[in-house]
Every structure is written in structure tokens, then in C-alpha cells.
Write a protein that binds this ligand. Structure first.
Ligand code: IMP
Ligand code: MG
Length: 175
């Protein structure tokens, strides 16, 4: 949206402080002894995943999947493209899926179904940076969420508009 002004919604310090708090909740939930596999949903979750992982204390395995549901628009396309879903065997593992934002829930509904049926993980939980509850079309709730957000299109810290702005160190919106 080049004709609109980009405003800061959440600055870097606030964002990182809240992500650290969320990591502490995750540490408290899982404990520090047992292994955890964290699965980053590329591309949007990349910055959140790195920032969160820095503060996780248990032995951590990092895996990456790549999904897309928005295309280049600002509304969900209604379809999920699985660009890369290759994961190691996850039988008997605790898995935490890490996603940038839960909007309609389509993407995570697809991924959680896949993880639960095909990967046979012991337990699959979900951490999101943003929960856009008002846009939800699937009965899904994140287990860990850093911020609730109203129905606003945001960019930065991994989130894109037409593949740009992912590198912003803060969360912005256009006005
Ligand atoms: P869902 O499948 O409708 O829940 O959409 C989830 C995906 O849409 C996220 O992983 C993001 O990539 C993208 N998305 C949803 N809302 C926003 C936004 O406000 N800014 C940028 N991307 C978004
Ligand atoms: Mg995404």
C-alpha cells in the first residue's frame, strides 16, 4: 500500500519483551528436561520463531515447514499451498508449531490435521505471535499467544504485504 503511511503498532522493545514472557510460559508448561520439537511455519513465523527460541530452555529441535494461504492479497485465498511439509519422524515427540498469526485458522487447521494424522506426534501444541480472533472461521485456539489483534492488516517482524516488509523490526500497519 505505497500511497498510505506506515505507522508503528508495536515497537521492537515491547514485542521482544512480550515474546520473552511467552517463552517463559512455554518453559513453565513443558519444563526444562524433556526434548521439544519446534516447527516454524515459513515464511511469516521466521522472526518470531528465532526470538522465541532464544529464550526456550529445554533441549530443542528446530524444524521448518513452508505454507502459503494469502497469495499476494490482504485476505486469505481460502486455499492452503503446502510448499514444503517434510519433517523427520515425530512419533512420541512433543511438538510446538510456531506461526506468525492465526487469522481465519485455515492454515493451522490444515497443518495441525496433517501433524496429528500423518506425523503421529505424541502431542501437538500451537504458539502464535498474533491471534486475530474476530476473523476465525475454524474452531481453533492457540495454546500460547503473544498478542490479540483486531481485524487489521499488519506487517513486519516476518509478516509481509506482497512479500515485502518482513524485515521490519517492529509491527506496523498502513493508515
Ligand atoms: P489463515 O489461514 O487465514 O489463518 O491465515 C494465516 C496466514 O495469513 C498467516 O500465516 C499470514 O501469513 C497471513 N496473514 C494473516 N493476517 C495477516 C496480516 O495481518 N498481515 C500479514 N499476513 C497475514
Ligand atoms: Mg504465514
Amino acid at each position: 500500500m505505497p500511497d498510505k503511511e506506515l505507522k508503528i503498532l508495536i515497537d521492537e522493545q515491547t514485542l521482544c519483551a512480550r515474546i520473552k514472557e511467552l517463552a517463559q510460559d512455554i518453559n513453565a508448561y513443558y519444563g526444562e528436561k524433556d526434548e521439544l520439537t519446534v516447527v516454524c511455519v515459513l515464511k511469516g513465523a521466521v522472526m518470531f520463531f528465532c526470538e522465541l527460541s532464544k529464550h526456550l530452555k529445554m533441549p530443542l529441535r528446530m524444524e521448518f515447514v513452508s505454507l502459503s494461504s494469502y497469495g499476494d492479497a490482504q485476505k486469505s485465498s481460502g486455499r492452503v499451498s503446502a510448499l514444503n511439509l517434510s519433517l523427520p519422524p515425530l512419533e512420541n515427540k512433543n511438538v510446538l508449531v510456531v506461526e506468525d498469526i492465526m487469522d481465519t485458522g485455515l492454515t493451522l487447521n490444515f497443518l495441525l490435521d496433517f501433524m496429528r494424522s500423518k506425523c503421529k506426534a505424541k502431542d501437538v501444541k500451537l504458539a502464535v505471535m498474533f491471534d486475530k480472533k474476530c476473523a476465525r472461521k475454524f474452531p481453533l485456539k492457540p495454546d500460547f499467544s503473544a498478542f490479540d489483534i483486531d481485524d487489521k492488516f499488519i506487517v513486519g517482524f516476518g509478516l509481509d504485504y506482497m512479500e515485502l516488509q518482513r524485515n521490519l523490526p517492529y509491527i506496523g500497519y498502513y493508515e
